[in-house]
Write a protein that binds this ligand. Structure first.
Ligand SMILES: Nc1ncnc2c1ncn2[C@@H]1O[C@H](COP(=O)(O)OP(=O)(O)OP(=O)(O)O)[C@@H](O)[C@H]1O
Length: 358
């Protein structure tokens, strides 16, 4: 079951000048697990609702399994939807919550009682809560409720699972466990899953691909490795993790940072001119330098020291193994890897001592 979207535009109801989705194109092949990420207001939920058939689009094409969505009712789209506030019905047992989507089907479509009971039993086993069918939601932990919400979405046997911040209410440990379980469920059932999340790490861990949205547009659609190596814009790189930014100039194939505390490094750009180098905190090495930038330790991560480096009043935080010498003399910064942008466009990447074309 695939979803294909081409130049989709959605205008705000009652205000056609306000564009909520701006020429969005994306392909979600059968069996894939895609995460929609982006800042608040980027249009993630709006896109998910369009796919589910909950909101109409103004123009563009949306096909589900090759069929134009305009011809399909929400039910025919074959989607299961889990919202952020997945409130279960408190007055119904877990089993009744799960069978709800089947119980409300019109008579001719509704399976018989024995079939519904069998399906609920199967789903309770799938979510590893086989003995809780008769329990009421109040008795369940957050993680258990979340799994029941997923079972409820799966009851009608959808091929697409649309999830809007489904783990928002869970604590980080439970959240990690539930998302690992979700990924294995996706693989086992052969689902096509689209997950909206605010948690970049969650998206990077669980999804095959990330679709990064900003202001109603898709800025980049790629897997985690590609996003990290070749972010389309500085925003993508900054959105996905801690980023250091150094302004400078390219001259004769060398990037010369504005600050003298950062060593120049080679880049593969023909044209000289200004540039901005974006770097992850672990891609910087520090060496002691008598005229270097002042350094202090501010914590630790992954067994490395978290160091604050004072670059003429601008503090940047890096990860390193800081020696006493660095703390007494100051440090020079050497860049191991960088992505170089000009006017918001990626020009070149530098990895190790070998520069490569973007
Ligand atoms: N029915 C509507 N009428 C007018 N504006 C709307 C409507 N629905 C959404 N919007 C606006 O569209 C933009 C995108 O909203 P959306 O909920 O899709 O963003 P999001 O990326 O899911 O954000 P969040 O991460 O905060 O949930 C927001 O500015 C929102 O205010």
């Amino acid at each position: 079951m695939s979803v294909h979207i081409e130049k989709l535009i959605r205008r705000a109801p009652g205000n056609p000048d306000r564009i909520l989705l701006d020429r969005v194109s994306v392909d979600i092949p059968d069996g894939s697990f895609v995460a929609l990420v982006g800042p608040s207001g980027a249009g993630k939920t709006t896109l998910l609702r369009s796919i589910a058939g909950l909101d109409p689009h103004s123009s563009g094409l949306l096909t589900i399994d090759g069929r134009d969505s305009a011809e399909l009712t929400p039910r025919e789209r074959n989607v299961g939807f889990v919202f952020q506030n997945y409130a279960l019905f408190q007055h119904m047992t877990v089993a009744k919550n799960i069978s709800f989507g089947l119980d409300v089907l019109p008579g001719r479509d509704r399976p018989g009682k024995a079939e519904i009971d069998g399906r609920v039993k199967e789903l309770l086993e799938l979510i590893q809560l086989p003995n809780l069918g008769n329990a009421y939601p109040q008795r369940l932990s957050g993680g258990q409720r979340q799994r029941v919400a997923l079972a409820r979405a799966l009851a009608t046997n959808p091929k697409h699972l649309l999830l809007d911040e489904p783990f928002g209410a869970l604590d980080p440990v439970v959240r990690r466990a539930v998302r690992e379980w979700l990924r294995s469920l996706h693989d086992r059932l052969g689902l096509t899953t689209i997950l909206v999340t605010h948690d970049q790490e969650e998206a990077l861990d669980v999804a095959d691909r990330l679709v990064v949205m900003q202001d109603g547009r898709i800025v980049q659609d790629a897997d985690a490795g590609e996003l990290e190596a070749h972010p389309a814009t500085p925003f993508v790189m900054e959105f996905l993790g801690e980023t250091l930014t150094f302004r400078g100039t390219v001259s004769g194939g060398i990037f010369l940072p504005e600050t003298s505390h950062v060593t120049p490094f080679p880049v593969t750009i023909e044209e000289d001119g200004p540039g901005v180098a974006l770097i992850r905190p672990h891609e910087v090495r520090l060496t002691a330098d008598a005229n270097g930038a002042p350094v202090r330790r501010i914590g630790s991560r992954y067994g490395l020291s978290r160091l604050a480096v004072d670059l003429n009043g601008r503090i940047v935080e890096v990860l390193g193994s800081g020696s006493e010498q660095i703390f007494s003399s100051g440090a020079k910064l050497h860049i191991d890897a960088a992505r170089l942008f000009r006017n918001g466009t990626l020009l070149s990447i530098m990895n190790g001592r070998h520069a490569a074309a973007a």
